[in-house]
Design a protein around this ligand. Sequence first.
Ligand SMILES: [Fe+2]
Ligand SMILES: [Fe+2]
Length: 279
Amino acid sequence: MAFDIDKYTANSTAVGWDDLDFDEFNRNPLPAGTLRTLRYMCDVEYHTVCYLRDLLTTPSHKEPEIGAFMTMWNREEFWHGEALAAVLNKHGMSVDFDELKATRIKLGWKDRLDPIKQSLMGGLVGHDFVAVHMAWGAANEWSANAAYIRLAKQENHPVLAELLKRIAAQETKHVAFYASQARERLAGSKKAQVIARFALRKFWAPVGSGISSEAEVAHVMGELFAGTEGRKLIRDIDSHIAKLPGMEGLTIVENALEGFGIPAEGPGREESRRVAVAA
Ligand SMILES: [Fe+2]
Ligand SMILES: [Fe+2]
């Protein structure tokens, strides 16, 4: 079904959490491993503005529908960051604008070169770059959606689970936009299929790996996707990607997980921790 961009832009809003009782975190705080994962997610959400900046240097910015979507998408991701920062603040972890500035300064040349690299790539590939961007975005949004749903289920904290489900509902809309755009654009260009397949296979990495240390990425991947259940979720994401035109057989998310040595079988990290606490 076609994505209704007018409806999306008219209804786009901040994820709501005013009605949630955040004092529940005082009574029932989250474990350190989960806070570390939330911190990573919060950084990624707040970093969306930089991804947007990079992509505005490419042919994608000439497409009005994509421009409209990305404007709203950036706002929604920023608000996801704010909601997660509020959870972290309740646990004495501050994520303020000075902290974000420090992260960006730490990225140094990488941060400065990214928009130039994207612009060059967009220039080289031409209009087919838009299809690659959409396929890449779909892979990222499918991953984000799975991550929030998984964390909500694993943690089973009444307030966190509700907040993450609300965030995931917005991620589902992001998936719908990117995937429908990718499907249509890839179907219309064999060249775009070849480039997207090459780019995803060679360069895709979990969202946030460009701004966080390898240890943080490994922690988050292990927390969310270790064990049999986690691996099934990862394979589901890969099967969605593989259904895009020309992407048959790609297993980029599972390959990335294996690169971090995340076990494919047995209990997940959260389940192991619960068993250890109960024993
Ligand atoms: Fe988000
Ligand atoms: Fe998203």
